[in-house]
Ligand binder design. Sequence first.
Ligand code: PMP
Length: 353
Amino acid sequence: MMLRSDLAQVPLYAVEPADVPVDLSDNTSMWGPAPSALAAAQSMPAGGSLTRYPELYSASVKQAVARYLGVDPEMVVVGNGSDGVIDAAIRAVAAPGERLAYMAPTFGMIPVFARVNGLVPVAVPLLPSLALDVPALLAAEARVTFVCSPNNPTGHALARQDIEAVIDGAAGMVIVDEAYAEFAGTSVVELVRRSPRLLVTRTLSKAFGLAGLRVGYGIAQPELVRQIEKSRGPYAVTAASERAAVAALDGDVPWMRQQVQLAVEARQWLVDALRDRGLEPLPSAANFVLVPVADAESVALAMLAHGVSVRAFSRLPQLTPALVASAGAALRITVGPMNMQQAALDALDAVRS
Ligand code: PMP
């Protein structure tokens, strides 16, 4: 057989965007794209630029990220979304057959990236307090250890000392996924200077509202960055995306911070409204809220009929009492402007009544 047999158990990503008026299913920005990025993407210079290849490793984006975060450009690796950075990073340090340990539940692509790269994924459940099980993560003695803060789909931020304990004790590379860091206001990027095993990944897909561009990046020491760039390969980011990403990072940070403020206010409003309904959303530091609801799959399907798309989970580890009560089922609702959140609540009320 020509095809790799171990990929038979790897599913294609099957989350179809719903064609509905209010799509709160994928944690992207409901407040629109970063304006300078939009202008830059719409005004590609005429002539040669589209006939030629883009920058090899997105040097201009590396410099813009370096200015944004106050790190050296040599400490930045850019990718086709942070997906692209995580995938290349796994391949950069781990050989087929080695282990990738990850906290569970987390971003669903992590075990997929492990398998696609021939690694054995090892899920390590969070504690009932939602804290990292540091000894269990370290006991996996994995070549790659993945943690995510704020975490998708729970939304909660991890304790800094637990992340540090993982970095200090891990056998191999530690990926800290900070796709939602702007909404939390905390980050461990500065730990990269003293930790050669640490890779912090970030993205323009969330707070900057630019998921369509597919630009993400990682922060690590230069030696690890170069190794990830080798496994990633050249020309991974398009010229149009590079241009827009630089415009966003240089021109739209104050705008982004305003959007984050709106999202944080909307998040509190949504949490309060869910609690008013007797529900128990998990504490969120991100731009979405996970709320345990029994039979979440059928609730989400019924909400679709009311023009609202949210993401349903049916088999989450039963960590909190509310997740026990819902048998591990929950809805993940992206925060958005008030009219969208009201539409989501109206749909939920209609379905539950
Ligand atoms: N990490 C986490 C935790 C995510 O939720 C996502 C997007 N759903 C990603 C990484 C990937 O984001 P992107 O590839 O758009 O940067």
